[in-house]
Design a protein around this ligand. Structure first.
Ligand code: HEC
Length: 129
């Protein structure tokens, strides 16, 4: 019994350690640095659109719905399909924008590192309700 419970603790710890990074909350302070890659095109201030739409309140929002921003048809369709910018959808878009929304006009290669994606999402969350 004792050996078994010790083993299950070890197994649990191992699983938690392995699963950790995938579920880890991002670090908003690091995310602010990652956001430098987005700043040429995006602001986090409400209503401030640049080449890309304002990312104010992006987490939880329907894609393609910032007023006065001219989105691609692809992005509008993506929102109309019922998608929501939750953490999972954002992470997938930021990894390779064109893989998720194939005709998006966001000309950005993507963030390769999972930590960078988690961190920048944590940063954006600060400007979301
Ligand atoms: C070269 C300019 C450019 C860069 C760099 C860029 N974006 Fe974008 N982004 C855009 C454009 C343009 C759109 C609108 C896409 C469309 O309509 O298809 C967009 C759309 C988005 C959307 C969807 C917004 C909405 O209202 O639905 C998110 C989220 C986003 N970008 C996040 C980011 C993040 C985070 C980064 C940095 C890691 C980044 N973008 C880098 C230009 C850029």
């Amino acid at each position: 019994m004792r050996v078994r419970s010790a083993l299950s603790i070890i197994t649990f710890t191992l699983i938690a350690a392995l699963a950790g990074p995938a579920f880890a909350e991002g670090d908003a302070a690091k995310g602010e640095k990652v956001f430098r890659k987005c700043k040429a095109c995006h602001a986090v201030e409400e209503g401030k659109n640049k080449v890309g739409p304002s990312l104010f309140n992006i987490v939880g929002r329907t894609p393609g719905t910032v007023e006065d921003f001219r989105y691609s048809k692809a992005m509008e369709a993506f929102g109309a399909d019922g998608h929501v910018w939750d953490e999972e959808t954002l992470a997938s878009f930021l990894e390779k924008p064109k893989d998720l929304v194939d005709d998006t006009k966001m000309a950005f290669v993507g963030l390769k590192k999972p930590e960078d994606r988690a961190d920048v999402i944590a940063y954006l969350k600060q400007f979301s309700e």
